[in-house]
Design a protein around this ligand. Structure first.
Ligand code: MEV
Length: 315
């Protein structure tokens, strides 16, 4: 039996993805961008162990057995490489155990990327092809696999490219202000956005944002990157409002408006992706003051950093 363990970090969008033209392969209509993140004090990861040559196939995620027929089951990726496992290890059966540690949101990206890393270590596959497999489980797996700041280019064969290392964000902290309501499934966004006439404009805006982001990353303009993310958050949730998908609640909007005011005193921006958090990137030296102010808006606040890509823990 052959065993490998890998970890990968969850992600946050910078140029946000909305709309999938293929719900099975989870192919995007447009380019997008994101960062991998971790809690500042404890590592946020999906930890995945893969064993090749087991008696029976199984997938256990956070202690729960997953039906391999489930549309987004990691077994889908495994099936693709079964023959290669059999050729190299004599047996094709695989079992996967994956646990999320300190993850606020984006656990499926991290789980898919950690599994991708295990597969790469066991049979050495082409990363472009591997990404197309990982995205069947999570369309943002590439962000987690490469880490730092990445762009995922759209088109017939989408692929992700890392444009800045996590170290470039060493002076930044991202405060996460979590609001106490349940998040909506991202597929509400993905199915509804493309139905509206504004979607054409949204796709153009995302492509333009990605081009600007390439330049900002080249210049290592970290503040500029988060300014761009804030503008993109506004465009994305304007699009969502047109199709009746409300992610930004009145409480979250109140805080976002306040952040706009605070920006005249010290640098900070905001990002809202598909969940119930307002992410607030700022310089580390502003952290305590802003945290104190955020406490008037929510009791649940986390400190995050930009994290590196997926890595092997043991072989
Ligand atoms: C989920 O596929 C996409 C969102 O999280 C936005 C993003 O992170 O790009 C809703």
């Amino acid at each position: 039996m052959w065993k490998v363990q890998a970890v990968a970090h969850p992600t946050i969008g910078i140029v946000l993805l909305g709309g999938l033209k293929d719900q099975v392969d989870r192919l995007p209509y447009h380019s997008s961008a994101g960062i991998a993140y971790s809690l500042m004090e404890r590592e946020s990861v999906a930890r995945t162990t893969m064993e090749i040559g087991t008696e029976r196939e199984s997938v256990i995620i956070n202690g729960t057995a997953i039906d391999s027929l489930d549309s987004r089951s990691p077994m889908k990726i495994i099936k693709k490489y079964e023959e290669m496992f059999r050729t190299k290890y004599g047996k094709g059966n695989v079992s996967i155990i994956s646990d999320n540690e300190n993850i606020l949101s984006g656990s499926s990206d991290a789980g898919a990327a950690a599994l991708g890393k295990c597969i790469e270590a066991s049979i050495g596959v082409d990363p472009l092809e591997l990404e197309l497999e990982m995205r069947k489980v999570s369309e943002s797996a590439g962000r987690s696999y490469y880490g730092g700041l990445t762009i995922t280019y759209g088109g017939a064969r989408p692929y992700t490219k890392k444009i800045l290392d996590s170290r470039s964000f060493d002076d930044i902290v991202i405060l996460s202000a979590v609001f106490p309501h349940k998040r909506k499934p991202s597929d509400d966004i993905h199915t509804n956005q493309p139905r509206h006439e504004y979607y054409k404009k949204r796709m153009e805006n995302a492509e333009k944002a990605v081009k600007i982001l390439e330049k900002l990353a080249y210049e290592r303009n970290v503040k500029g990157i988060f300014e761009l993310a804030m503008d993109d958050t506004e465009d994305y949730h304007y699009m969502n409002s047109l199709v009746g998908v409300q992610i930004v609640t009145p409480e979250m909007r109140k805080l976002m408006d306040k952040i706009r005011e605070w920006r005249s005193e010290m640098w900070m921006t905001y990002i809202v992706t598909g969940g119930n958090s307002v992410f607030l990137p700022t310089m580390k030296e502003n952290k305590d003051e802003i945290r104190r102010r955020l406490e008037n808006y929510t009791g649940e606040i986390y400190e995050l950093r930009v994290a590196e890509g997926a890595r092997i823990i043991s072989l």
